[in-house]
Write a protein that binds this ligand. Structure first.
Ligand code: NAD
Length: 262
């Protein structure tokens, strides 16, 4: 395979999750050393053991992206261990509750914003300050189709992911003078997997006019709204992230790319 990231260090948040791990594998296969941040220590260690076998350096940190001081400390330690971070895949996320906005639990709304939006800002804030000094950086934020078209019953998530799209545009402008590009991805309905099952089940329970109360029927309704009439797979994400992080995308910044089957 090509080695577009040879000698570079890539920081990935939510690295123990489905998408984070798949992207980590892809970046490592193209030569990047990896810095993996996640809250889940056990899954993070599993991810590390899979990735070291690819022959790259891997540095783990248990880091809560909602805690600014913890992000600063983890980034500092990672750079001491591996050297400058040139690539950031800002991907940790939480889907939140499913309820119409007039019943949405306020504490969950705050939690989703803390993880998905403020957490993403924390990473950009800490890492880009360092990138600016070196005049080099490539950042990809994981938004969602929920950040481009407001989904019913997902007030916390939809609002946060719209925020991530805005954060991407603002950051792209602020950082363009320093040879730092900032883009996003917007995955649509991805499956099979935990997020897909959870969303089908919880949408069915909301009793809203948009979906059946029967989860099997909800699956059909959702897939029926996709022009390509199928779910996306996690394997359809890493190539897009790698493209946006690479010099193949050298004139692209501020864009959030849908990965959604149309
Ligand atoms: P996942 O649940 O497998 O992975 C998310 C990871 O983030 C987990 O390992 C979790 O431990 C970690 N995490 C959660 N809160 C954290 C925190 N405060 N600090 C650090 N790490 C934290 O889910 P995934 O599908 O891999 O999701 C990755 C990203 O993709 C998320 O931002 C999600 O919103 C987005 N996304 C997923 C889908 C989908 O259908 N899977 C669709 C659109 C967008």
């Amino acid at each position: 395979s090509s080695q577009r990231f040879a000698g570079q260090n890539a920081l990935i948040t939510g690295a123990a999750g489905n998408i984070g791990l798949a992207v980590a594998k892809r970046l490592a296969s193209e030569g990047a050393n990896l810095i993996l941040f996640d809250l889940n220590a056990e899954k993070l260690e599993e991810a590390r053991s899979q990735l070291v076998s690819l022959g790259v350096d891997v540095h783990n940190a248990i880091c809560d992206v909602t805690d600014y001081a913890s992000v600063e400390k983890a980034v500092d330690e990672a750079e001491k261990a591996l050297g400058p971070i040139g690539l950031l895949f800002n991907n940790a996320g939480y889907q939140g509750a499913f309820a119409p906005i007039h019943e949405y639990p306020p504490e969950d709304f705050a939690r989703v914003v803390q993880i998905d939006l403020i957490g993403a800002f924390h990473l950009i804030r800490v890492v880009s300050e360092r990138m600016v000094k070196r005049k080099f950086g490539r950042i990809v934020n994981t938004a969602s189709m929920a950040g481009l078209q407001g989904p019913p019953n997902m007030g916390g998530y939809g609002s946060s992911k719209f925020g991530v799209v805005g954060l991407t545009e603002v950051s792209a402008k602020d950082l363009a003078p320093y040879n730092i590009r900032v883009n996003g991805i917007a995955p649509g309905l991805m499956g099979p997997g935990f997020m897909w099952d959870r969303q089908v089940e919880l949408q069915a329970k909301t009793g809203s006019q948009y979906f059946s109360a029967n989860p099997e029927e909800v699956k059909k309704q959702m897939v029926g709204s996709v022009p390509m009439r199928r779910l996306g797979t996690v394997e359809e994400i890493p190539g897009v992230v790698a493209f946006l992080l690479s010099d193949d995308a050298s004139y692209i910044t501020g864009v959030t790319m849908p990965i959604s089957g149309g």
